[in-house]
Design a protein around this ligand. Sequence first.
Ligand code: SF4
Length: 261
Amino acid sequence: MVSEFMLQQTPVKRVLPAWTQWLERWPSPRDLADSSPADALRMWANLGYPRRATRLHQSAQNIAQNHNNQVPNNFETLITLPGVGEYTANAILAFAFGQPTVVLDINVRRVIARAWQGQAHPTTSPSAIERSFVQSLIARELNAQTTPMWAAASMELGALVCTAKTPQCSICPLEATCQWNMMGKPDNTAKPKTQVKYLGSDRAERGRILKILRLDHAPQSVHVIRQGASDKDQCDRALQSLITEGLVVTSGRGKVSLPGD
Ligand code: SF4
């Protein structure tokens, strides 16, 4: 559980020494629960995203008080602990308890997308169809003993061999059956929508208007606001959308302000 918390947003290389020190100092949830959140934060040091340290501390308190100092071994309870989402709960069940859960990180999803679905890359986030596909794959091919090993192995395969940019198919155990490899590795994944440029957009114009109103603390003339705009139509559109959403109010006599100004 500690390693899964640390690995949520930090690479393995940085996690390993911190994880070792953490468990030396706090070998059980109660040991951590008896320390202060400040201690947990200090120990977290430079792992980043320090909310994880306080959530781990809260989880340790919960486990010490309510679960006899044992990390729960079922999804329904794990998911109620602070900082434990679906992915972390499944990873704990697979790697700590050897349960046949689906651990879908980006590396596993890339291997599945290529080897079974013939797609160069997975979609941005797993869909219900993808989850049920993986569930059925696991139910068909694996059992309670082999699923945790498959979870770890597929993660490693995606991280080290089937990498996003340079998959090493010649050393991959799936080379002969991989759909994407057999198709000649086409660039067949729908490109993610390119983000609309901020500069010159309606969003930027809304930001400009709000900035004027934030700085001035008083109703401003629409005429003055329009004067500073490079595109008057865009200014009108942006202002109207702000008024419609209640972020700007009309104050009479051609003036507008932030609500409450
Ligand atoms: S054969 Fe190549 S593309 Fe297919 S899973 Fe292995 S490394 Fe990935």
